[in-house]
Design a binder for this molecule. Structure first.
Ligand code: NAD
Length: 461
């Protein structure tokens, strides 16, 4: 009998379901099937792959409410966040159905004459995909869609906390016409064993990982052994910079979105809020008042903020806040906690945070908003850029020229200007420094699953 593991609802601590706990042998068998499917799938017409992906988009939207409820249940996020995630996740199928028919290529005469160069982009091969629990649908579709569009087949390991959404997406893909073997799922509690089996397998030519920087570094080292093509979407430590001439309403609303979407458990989540001294009191008062009104609880009860994913996550966020307050920070605003057994942490605003506090250096991954007051632009940029992360950043400024200038000087792959949301399937999502390598979404997302080849053709005079 296959071993199984339990999936818990982090808001109630109830067991929702059990799924197979597969191991390295199953991981290799999944590659057998994906490799066999690659032979045919990689030769299908781009238009065929496009049609299948388009159907996947329609089916996801057809099942939007059901999928949102499932995401909310196994991840804990609010139903509104979960429904937003389904739409966002489905959009990757639509976007890459449109990109599938534009594989690109070039034809040209070489400078010396006498030859012609034909450049093509071919599917890289079987791709191993590893995804986190915080966006169980979108992190999967952001990889599966471009991989299938390019003609690759995939083996996917979802996070053990949230395998049910990935299983539901796999069923929809089969209904959409994805052939057997083209998307193979391996649910497991032995992440290292399964992924090592894939990285050791010469038939696996690509690894695309979304998760923490620590695990990403480890996988890059493993991928080096066989020079496996690697895309890494890693951790973030997003700053929000608010200037003295910013539209305060936009800054408050945008920062609330950037901070509290997904309960703060997003790689793009605002981690540090730098407010100009001239408006700092006003900002904290208005932002804090909104934070105190956030409804924390179970998604089914209409909460805006769900639980953290685990008790370990609660301990980690608690420790970060305690270290900050021990060093002089003050809690100015806090939302009430529900009387419930889940892994809840109250949305919290911190001021007077010591610049050396770990809460400003590390990814918080929870609903805590540390506010830092600034009055010198060069100094705030030094603090903003003084971390190894470089995923997202947000700038709120009244003068658009100044906002753009600041945006260009921030070390981040993505900068929200006067808005608290940067994710968009048509834009190249990804980070600089230790936040990652490669991009997802946009045309760039397709290229991650393609190899460039050129044919140099002798040309008769
Ligand atoms: P994680 O690194 O612990 O886990 C991510 C995935 O890797 C999971 O599937 C996990 O099972 C697997 N994994 C863990 N250890 C492994 C190992 N030794 N070998 C192979 N696989 C292993 O991250 P998490 O806690 O699930 O997710 C949160 C992190 O993900 C945060 O750091 C967040 O910033 C990051 N994230 C980044 C993006 C992005 O696009 N840049 C998006 C979402 C989340």
């Amino acid at each position: 009998m296959t071993a199984t593991f339990a999936v818990e609802d982090p808001a109630t601590l109830e067991i929702i379901d059990h799924v197979p706990d597969l191991g390295p042998a199953d991981a290799r068998a999944a590659v057998d099937r994906a490799h066999a499917a690659f032979a045919d799938w990689s030769r299908t017409a781009p238009r065929h792959r496009s049609d299948v992906l388009r159907r996947a988009n329609e089916l996801m939207l057809r099942d939007r409410d059901e999928l949102a409820a499932l995401i909310a249940r196994e991840n804990g996020k609010s139903l509104a966040d979960a429904a937003g995630e389904v739409t966002y996740a489905a959009e990757f199928f639509r976007w890459f159905s449109e990109e599938a028919v534009r594989p690109g290529g070039e034809y040209g005469e070489s400078p010396a004459g006498g030859t012609r160069t034909i450049v093509t982009h071919r599917p890289v091969g079987v791709a191993a995909l590893v995804t986190p629990w915080n966006f169980p649908a979108a992190m999967a579709t952001r990889k599966i869609a471009p991989a299938l569009a390019a003609g690759c087949t995939v083996v996917l390991k979802p996070a053990a906390e949230t395998p049910l959404t990935a299983l539901a997406i796999a069923r929809l893909l089969a209904e959409a016409g994805v052939p057997d073997g083209a998307v193979e799922l391996v649910t497991t509690t032995d992440a290292a064993g399964v992924v090592t089996a894939w990285l050791d397998d010469p038939r696996v030519r690509k690894v695309s990982f979304t998760g923490s920087t620590g695990v990403g570094r480890h996988l890059l080292r493993q991928a080096a052994d066989r020079v496996v093509n690697a895309s890494m979407e890693l951790g973030g430590n997003a700053p929000v910079v608010i200037t003295e001439d910013a539209d305060l309403d936009a800054a408050v609303t945008g920062t609330l979105t950037a901070k509290f979407r997904n309960g703060g458990q997003a790689c793009t989540a605002a981690n540090r809020i730098y407010v100009h001294a001239a408006i700092a009191d006003d900002f904290v008062e208005r932002f804090g008042a909104a934070v105190e009104k956030l409804v924390v609880g179970r998604s089914v009860d209409g909460a805006e903020i769900g639980p953290l994913i685990s008790s370990r996550a609660v301990d980690r966020v608690t420790a970060l806040v305690d270290e900050a307050t021990d060093a002089g920070a003050r809690v100015t605003h806090r939302a009430p906690l529900p009387d419930a057994p889940g892994h809840f942490f109250p949305p919290t605003v911190l001021v007077d945070v010591d610049p050396a506090s770990p809460i400003l250096q590390e990814e918080v991954f929870g609903p805590v908003a540390p506010v830092v007051v600034w009055d010198d632009e060069e100094e705030v940029l030094r603090q903003v850029n003084g971390t190894e992360y470089g995923l997202a950043a947000y700038v709120f400024a009244g003068d658009l020229g100044r906002a753009l200038r600041l945006g260009e000087r921030v070390d981040a792959g993505m900068v929200g200007i006067n808005r608290g949301l940067v994710s968009d399937p048509s834009a190249p999502f990804g980070g600089v420094k230790q936040s990652g390598l490669g991009r997802e979404g946009a045309r760039a997302g397709l290229r991650e699953y393609q190899e460039t080849q050129y044919l140099s053709v002798d040309w008769p005079a």
